[in-house]
Ligand binder design. Structure first.
Ligand code: ZN
Length: 339
């Protein structure tokens, strides 16, 4: 039984700007902008930013040493952002993805305030529009990530920008990064409500590396439609029942969890999927970091899951279908552009 026919019409719901840029594009940007890089040779650079099953790093190590200082930096500023987003969507479509939700925090791509935020956001949207025009069968949208290390005031600015650009293709908000001391979802209930009133959808990174208390608080305070990762729920029966009851869809990113050691091995990943099946938890398969994990493209992830016996063909079909149903990208439009 072959899954290849399923892999030409895929939906990606969880991928970040910095780690969706192919290493050769990062290299082009770095050289065009004249940035110094930790490696002088392209292949050495590519091996440095890409994690593999043999070269793993914890999420914190990767974020602190590579993601924020290199990937975020190279995808900052208007020219870099437009190119990064354009290349990401275009490459994804050529790789079998027909629906792509890309997420990023515009405040992490504006050179620490040197670049006007509206210019940074419009650069992202221009990049998306260019690829949508070039590939009329591609549907896409951008999710703005709030940062749990930011204060409420900073995150409020991000939500206000998301509202401002909702008619141009900003489709939702997300909560990312580690919890700062004192971060509580309940403090965001009013802001999330405001976002929803303006047609934005809501997801949140939770249950990736920490216990399920954070997931409970997240669900009860902001009622997200989807959850990024959520794999720790597999160890909390009541939580799985609650997620299933509320029809919350999990954005599972298996290879990302394996290379960052959030899941210790393939057997644990298998256990997580079987628990979700058992308790009727809906899940989708995503990349998180399609270009910074070896073999991390979405079609390759499905092949990995299939070949290692983590999911069978029917389960793969269902996960793909669930992703198309759970998308934040609006459906009934005459064109794929936000006009
Ligand atoms: Zn993520």
């Amino acid at each position: 039984m072959d899954i290849t026919p399923l892999l030409s019409n895929l939906a990606e719901l969880h991928a970040h700007v910095g780690s969706s840029i192919a290493p050769h594009v990062l290299w082009h940007i770095a050289n065009a902008e004249g940035y110094k890089l930790p490696k002088r040779d392209y292949h050495e650079f590519s091996n440095y930013v890409v994690l593999t099953q043999k070269r793993k790093m914890t999420l914190k190590e990767y974020l602190d040493e590579i993601y924020h200082p290199i990937l975020d930096k190279l995808s900052s500023g208007t020219r870099a952002l437009e190119k990064a987003v354009y290349e990401t969507f275009s490459g994804a479509y050529r790789g079998g993805i027909t629906l792509y939700e890309l997420r990023g925090n515009p405040m992490k791509h504006n050179k620490e305030g040197e670049v006007d935020l509206d210019h940074a956001i419009l650069a992202m949207l221009h990049g998306m529009e260019r690829s949508l025009l070039e590939y009329p069968k591609l549907r896409a949208g951008i999710i703005f990530c709030l940062d749990r290390q930011f204060n409420l005031k900073q995150n409020t600015v991000i939500v206000e920008k998301a509202i401002k650009y909702a008619h141009r293709g900003v489709i939702g908000i997300d909560f990312s990064n580690y919890n700062k001391n004192g971060f509580h979802y309940k403090d965001y209930a009013a802001l999330v409500k405001k976002a929803r009133n303006h047609g934005l959808h809501v997801t949140a990174h939770t249950g990736e590396t920490v216990d399920t208390n954070d997931m409970w608080e997240c669900i009860e305070s902001i009622a997200p439609e989807r959850i990024g990762h959520g794999i720790k729920a597999a160890y909390d029966t009541d939580l799985m029942k609650e997620i299933a009851k509320r029809n919350i869809v999990l954005e599972v990113c298996p290879l990302s969890n394996l290379v960052t050691k959030a899941v210790k091995n393939i057997d644990e990943m298998k256990h997580i999927f079987s628990q979700f099946e058992r308790y009727g938890v809906q899940f989708t398969i995503n990349t998180d970091w399609p270009e910074t994990i070896e073999g991390g493209h979405l079609d390759e992830q499905f092949i990995f899951l299939y070949e290692h016996g983590l999911l069978n063909k029917e389960q793969i079909k269902k996960a793909i279908q669930t992703a198309f149903q759970a998308t934040f990208v609006p459906n009934e439009r005459k064109t794929n552009l936000y006009l």
